[in-house]
Design a protein around this ligand. Structure first.
Ligand code: ATP
Length: 423
């Protein structure tokens, strides 16, 4: 029996803030594959990597394709390299495409590499050395930084995954205002949520399927199951031609970037974690609209931030009070502040200590240090210095998760509608 192995193709770093999108390039490659009778195995993949990678343009996404490694493999490689040459934004200093071809099975060490590309920084040299050691055929354009993400995109196991249907614009419309009937997006959301999600930010009236950059994407609809995406696409009305569309299997909204930290001091800058801590101070808002507070545990403390773009989330954060125990999810950024994506209330501090009430119904005041309390109304005095515990009405609930709105969500962040809240 002849065993025909698979050919994995990884591509990354072809776009710039002025245009292009590596998924668009992938869809062009897939079209040319079809013309040559080359079929994909499974869905093309869109893999989001370290949200803090320094050279990302937007979402730090690489793509991967899988085909049979048969007599057409050499045609496939030629097509991929031609399309990367043709469509990459080479004029941009920060665009350094990388292409990887890999024949064979994905090994556990490749899977580990992929998780490292989500959790840590990897240098081009490190990626090249690793790629060579596992037998990748490596193609670097300019500095070739894209090989870092390209190797990770073919290697990442997708035990949890989502899907995204991307509709592409006709090239003559690139960079112009998108013509999407927003009412139809509301209708699509109503009919297909929660199978599709992240379509609209209702708190901001923001249409999240519509990119705000001059890239070739007209819209992207995200889902848990691929089957619903064509129905969703048919509901969304647009006033311009859809040149092409493609469904990608992705690691978006899986929380794969989040690592469990057992204590605050275990976390490092530019890492993404979930960690438990006690709220130390009342969250306060500063100029620019960012809100900050500290959490502490026996190992140390860290400043947590709900930044201005998280909009209504800041209101929720403002309900926290010292003594609350919460688990925060997010990443430690440039300023060494933990950028909160969501939090779970573990234990609310719903008690405060007040001066005792006088028999006459008035709250007593201090009679001086260690001199008990006195009533200003009737002159009554008590000797005890002990304050009385009183229940506090809270706007948060024990056990519940609270998250940033759709408009401020990271590609990798798992929204609550995807979380199994029973476990
Ligand atoms: P998108 O196409 O979604 O807009 P992007 O444009 O933000 O993504 P890329 O163009 O892919 O991002 O650029 C990100 C660069 O960072 C790529 O060269 C990629 O190889 C590299 N990269 C990815 N992960 C890491 C990592 N963990 N460490 C260092 N570099 C990384």
């Amino acid at each position: 029996m002849i065993l025909i192995r698979h050919l994995y193709i990884g591509v990354d770093d072809t776009d710039s803030p002025d245009g292009m999108c590596t998924t668009y390039l992938a869809s062009q490659i897939i079209n040319r594959f079809a013309e040559s009778g080359i079929e994909l195995i499974g869905y093309p993949r869109l893999i989001r990597l370290n949200p803090f990678a320094r050279h990302k343009t937007r979402g730090n996404g690489g793509v991967a394709l899988e085909i049979l490694n048969d007599s057409k493999a050499s045609i496939a490689k030629k097509i991929v390299l031609e399309e990367v040459e043709k469509l990459s934004m080479f004029d941009c200093d920060n665009t350094n495409p990388g292409v990887i071809f890999y024949e064979g099975e994905i090994t556990p060490e490749m899977e580990d590499y992929a998780f490292r590309a989500i959790h840590e920084f990897i240098t081009i040299e490190e990626a090249e050395e690793f790629g060579k050691s596992v037998g990748c055929e490596i193609h670097k354009f300019k500095k070739g930084r894209g090989i870092i993400g390209a190797i990770a995109s073919i290697s990442l196991p997708l035990d949890d995954c989502t899907y995204e249907l991307l509709a592409y614009r006709a090239p003559e419309n690139f960079g112009t205002e998108r013509k999407i009937d927003h009412d139809s997006v509301y209708e699509m959301d109503e009919k297909t949520f929660p199978d599709t999600f992240e379509n609209i930010d209702y708190s901001e009236g923001y249409i999240a399927i519509e990119p705000k950059t001059p890239c070739p994407v007209l819209y992207g609809i995200r889902s848990n199951v691929p089957e619903v995406l064509k129905e969703a696409r048919d509901i969304v009305k647009v006033g311009e031609p859809i040149d092409d569309w493609c469904i990608f299997k992705t690691n978006q909204h899986t929380d794969m970037h989040i690592q469990n930290a057992s204590k605050i001091s275990d976390m490092k800058q530019f890492g993404c974690y979930c960690v438990c801590g006690e709220v130390k101070n009342k969250p306060t808002i500063i100029d620019g609209g960012h809100m900050f507070f500290y959490i502490t545990d026996e190992s140390g403390e860290i400043e947590c931030g709900a930044y201005e773009p998280t909009k209504t989330f800041r209101k929720t954060v403002s309900y926290l009070r010292p003594g609350d125990v919460i688990r925060v999810y997010g990443g430690i950024g440039e300023q060494n502040t933990f950028n909160v994506e969501k939090f779970q209330v573990i234990r609310l501090n719903d008690v405060e200590y007040k001066n005792p009430m006088c028999e006459c119904g008035k709250r007593m005041t201090s009679a001086g240090k260690n001199k008990g309390f006195k009533c200003k109304k009737c002159g009554n005095r008590i000797e005890s210095n002990e304050k009385i515990p009183v229940g506090v009405e809270r706007d948060l609930e024990n056990g519940r998760f609270y998250e940033t709105p759709v408009s401020a969500r990271r590609h990798l962040s798992k929204p609550l509608c995807r979380m199994d809240l029973t476990c």
